[in-house]
Design a protein around this ligand. Structure first.
Ligand code: BG6
Length: 508
């Protein structure tokens, strides 16, 4: 395992939800694996007055609640000894001098020869630029006595203009190579494995194009509603929350050209290129390309689920979409002319994220299924979560006289690779941040290309009240109108929770 250099992780928003649920457990997993640098300190920053000891105790409590993925906690005490705390209001520009002083003391006390620091901004987006300003003003962006990096959480802007402005503001204070924009989907093992599947093998690439593939589907379905995030979500909607970032990044890994090397510059060049090739959807053709929906109340498996508009923090007349389906096109040599379907929603029947690659029918088909229909086309399903794995579907002869074809599947499950659980996305990304590897972080141009794609859709929705917002009962696959996006026939897949029961009896 590569070893990161000694550093301080300065965690803004240290007493918040993200820190407790994801970051502290991920750091603990790294600690347990011996992957954290030595020496290493975690300096919590927040507005609340908390002592070092109390913060360490809070970290221990967060671990007990959210850590270790059900495994037994051990070695917690040496881990919580890494914690320090400093009261700081990130909006107060005067507060950063004290932070610089505290960090200087900690670097010295812990005998870190180079003054490395990773700043993690688990903060509301409105505070990203003031925090970058504050750090810069007291010399903490300067790399002359150690590396200084900044991890920024999503959402990265609320629209194209604010995304561009945010990039500009941060780039006035930090260089692009110091800024790590987290998209936790890129930290998922199975998303990275799309690159391995494509570029570590010779059999897929020759057919990975418009000549052999009829269409692609990218789905991220969730069973949960907006939970306690109604206030945030009502101002965002699923297009901003899931598509602009996570799903476009997944799509880019599936569709990018082979990078010249596996490093941050080469991989992210290809990501930016393919996102740049997304054909803009216009106010004139939005009806043929986008269907949006909002969940209604329903009784799902015995539970009475509230309508979106009755969720806490949501406006009673809200027109925010909780479901979106898009027919997109990538205008380049590899993908020109074939549709790419993207779908995401809350309160759908099952939680599943996957990419489905649909191959073309053979040029001449003389076999049939038992019911007389043509055999199904080959499909490759890349299951990102849950039941992480890969399924290839093809037709084979049913054992009997004659030549009747049935669809069969060949599947691989990541769980077969070993006992150890798949590392969390945050674990991977925190370590990469400490190592200075930005390959799995979004670069400013990719973020902006993502906004350029979704902005015309947001504009059309904002200005044209005639564009329908369909209601769909919670626990269903969104509005049936999504079928209209499939002009050549067909429809979205209805995936099951388990990859291999796909197509048969479906566990939800
Ligand atoms: C977050 C979104 O970025 O991703 C949430 O804000 C969503 O709305 C979540 O639920 C999904 O992440 P995962 O890892 O559970 O698929």
């Amino acid at each position: 395992m590569r070893q990161a250099q000694p550093a301080i992780l300065a965690l803004f928003g240290a007493t918040g939800d993200l820190a407790k649920r994801k970051l502290i457990p991920a750091l603990y997993d790294l600690h347990r694996k011996g992957a954290l640098p030595r020496p290493f300190l975690i300096l919590g920053l927040g507005r609340k007055p908390v002592s070092d000891a109390d913060f360490a105790a809070q970290a221990g409590a967060a671990l007990a609640r959210f850590g270790a993925g059900g495994e037994e906690l051990r070695d917690v005490e040496p881990f919580t000894r890494l914690f320090r705390y400093q009261q700081l209001d990130p909006a107060d520009s005067q507060a950063y001098a004290a932070l610089a002083e505290r960090m200087a003391t900690l670097w010295e006390e812990s005998r870190m020869e180079t003054r490395n620091a990773l700043f993690y901004l688990a903060l509301p987006p409105s505070l990203y630029a003031p925090t970058a300003d504050g750090l810069h003003a007291v010399g903490l962006a300067d790399q002359s006595d150690g590396w200084r990096r900044m991890i920024v959480e999503k959402p990265f802007g609320e629209d194209l203009a604010s995304g561009v402005a945010l990039n500009r503001n941060l780039l006035e204070r930090f260089e692009e190579r110091q800024i790590y924009r987290i998209d936790h989907y890129l930290g998922k093992e199975t998303v990275q494995n799309i690159l391995a599947l494509r570029f570590a093998n010779a059999i897929f690439e020759p057919v990975w194009n418009r000549s052999h593939i009829s269409h692609l589907e990218v789905t991220a379905a969730e069973t949960i509603g907006v939970e306690d995030r109604g206030g945030y979500f009502d101002g965002a909607g699923i297009l901003r929350d899931m598509v602009q970032n996570h799903l476009l990044q997944v799509l880019a890994t599936v569709t990018m050209e082979p990078p010249v090397a596996f490093d941050a510059a080469a991989v992210r060049n290809e990501t930016a290129k393919v996102l740049q090739s997304l054909r803009p959807i216009t106010a004139e053709n939005i009806h043929e390309h986008v269907v949006r929906g909002q969940y209604l109340s329903a009784n799902v498996r015995g539970d009475d689920l509230a309508a979106y508009r009755d969720e806490g923090g949501v406006a009673p007349e809200s027109r925010t979409e909780t479901f979106v389906a898009i027919r997109a096109h990538i205008d380049n040599w590899r993908w020109g002319g074939i549709p790419i379907y993207i779908r995401s929603g809350k309160r759908l029947p099952t939680r599943v994220t996957e990419v489905a690659v649909h191959f073309r029918q053979p040029p001449h088909q003389f076999f049939q299924r038992a019911d007389g229909a043509a055999p199904g086309a080959n499909r490759l399903i890349i299951r990102i979560q849950p039941d992480e794995g890969i399924l290839v579907e093809f037709g084979l002869k049913t054992p009997a006289a004659g030549f009747q074809i049935q669809n069969v599947g060949m599947d691989f499950h990541y769980s077969d690779l070993g006992e150890s659980p798949i590392p969390s996305a945050y674990e991977r990304l925190l370590l990469d941040g400490l190592l200075g590897d930005a390959t799995l972080f979004a670069r400013s141009d990719a973020v902006e290309w993502g906004w350029r794609f979704v902005q015309p859709i947001l504009d059309a929705w904002a200005t044209d009240p005639e564009i329908p917002l369909y209601g769909y009962p919670a626990g269903t696959w969104g509005p049936p109108e999504t079928k209209t996006l499939f002009k050549e026939g067909g429809e979205f897949r209805y995936p099951c929770r388990n990859l291999t029961t796909d197509g048969g009896y479906c566990a939800l």
